[in-house]
Design a protein around this ligand. Structure first.
Ligand code: GLA
Length: 394
């Protein structure tokens, strides 16, 4: 059985000899609000205590150098070199560098070293975490400052335009702005946000347990983009009929029904997921404020059903983990989290049942699929800005 708290599983940080400063960015788990962040909707994620680290030093060679103790490849760029994505981890760093330079920020030669322990391809935002650690390091190196919103948008752009993943803004924003012991409600159209405490009486007696199916997910791999296009086509049809709608985030199920016949069955179902998911996020906010784990868990489970049946972004292994979770005593709710097509489930479980929950779910999963799932009991962590607040860049 692999069970660990995310905090315990942190690798000891390398001593980083020769680097001037080190910056940290957590991973994230989304509690609810899935696939709503590219249509102006609501999301409710929290940061988790896995981390990417970026260590930076001035380079005496006139080049930008990128190394990592997690990946075997290294990369070196001349200052005036035209850069392209090469399909490895360094693209996340180079994409951020390119965006900063496009903004006119001058960055002297550096050596950047990436480390950390965010599980890769698990839907816990290892890529956004590398981007955020990188932007913190590069801004400090350039002695420049930037508002959180701007940093999040710039990192998202690096991923959309340079890496080529059509993701939304959720991951970068929460990784920068989260508060410890809080979930973050984010309106992705305006970036208005609200920190919701998870420490009220009943919620503090629950645990957020992330179960990693070990089925790899990659949002650059295609299915995410297909879903996004299906959604955008439905959104466009709605806009044509209801010009007052800026995006799907403002649409109602009633409006969608009136246009059902004019869109493909796929677009209709994807949009139904997104509109109903926004309602569930509003409900989850109310449940957290009311300190009601039963209601929060129920909304999480309903979110899973909608992702499975309407958004079609789950898979056999994840559905098994959710069904198995819901049979366990003390489980309030369970769902697929992140981009989908594999990755992790997020489960809300009574604290005194957490250990038995992990034992039962991992045992049954191994029995069914011969895969060792990893489980992480996650406290809500602080975002990169808080973790690096003593640095001179903020
Ligand atoms: C991935 C993307 C996010 C978001 C989720 C689905 O994690 O990076 O922007 O779209 O999928 O909610």
């Amino acid at each position: 059985m692999q069970v660990e708290t995310a905090a315990e599983s942190l690798d000891p940080l390398s001593s980083d000899c020769g680097y001037d400063q080190q910056y940290f960015a957590p991973g994230r788990v989304n509690l609810i609000g899935e696939h709503t962040d590219y249509t102006g909707g609501l999301v409710l994620p929290m940061a988790i205590p896995f981390q990417s680290t970026a260590s930076i030093a001035t380079n005496c060679n006139s080049a930008y150098e990128f190394t990592s103790n997690h990946f075997s490849t290294q990369r070196r760029l001349h200052l005036d070199e035209e850069v392209n994505a090469i399909g490895d981890w360094s693209d996340y760093c180079v994409g951020v560098l390119q965006q900063l330079r496009n903004r006119g920020i001058e960055i002297a030669p550096f050596r950047l070293h990436i480390g950390g322990n965010v599980p890769i391809g698990a839907g816990l935002s290892s890529s956004a975490s590398i981007e955020v650690a990188t932007i913190m390091a590069l801004l400090a190196h350039a002695k420049a400052t930037m508002a959180v919103e701007e940093m999040a948008i710039l990192c998202r752009r690096a991923e959309n335009e340079f890496v080529g993943s059509p993701c939304g803004i959720m991951d970068q924003f929460v990784i920068l702005a989260a508060h410890s012991a809080h979930a973050l409600l984010l309106h992705t159209s305006s970036l208005r946000n609200e920190h919701l405490s998870l420490q009220s009486k009943h919620l503090s007696e629950t645990r957020i347990i992330v179960v990693n199916s070990m089925v790899k997910h990659s949002i650059a791999a295609g299915d995410y983009g297909v879903r996004r296009r299906e959604v955008e086509s439905g959104q466009q049809i709605l806009r044509e009929h209801f010009p007052e709608l800026a995006d799907l985030g403002q649409a109602s199920l009633g409006q969608l029904e009136t246009r059902r016949a004019s869109m493909s069955p796929e677009s209709y179902r994807r949009c139904r997921h997104i509109i109903s998911e926004n309602d569930r996020v509003r409900g989850a906010r109310a449940a957290i404020l009311a300190d009601d784990p039963g209601l929060l868990g129920d909304l999480m489970t309903r979110s899973h059903v909608s992702q499975r049946d309407d958004f079609a972004c789950s898979c056999e292994e994840i559905d098994f983990l959710v069904d198995c979770a819901l049979r366990q005593p003390g489980c309030f709710g369970a769902r697929l989290t992140g981009g989908g097509f594999g990755g992790c489930t997020v489960n809300l479980v009574a604290a005194d049942h957490a250990e038995a929950f992990v034992a039962a779910v991992t045992r049954d999963y191994k029995g069914a699929f011969k895969i060792d799932a990893a489980s992480y009991v996650c406290e809500a962590a602080a975002g990169a800005v808080a973790q690096n607040s003593s640095s001179d860049c903020l």
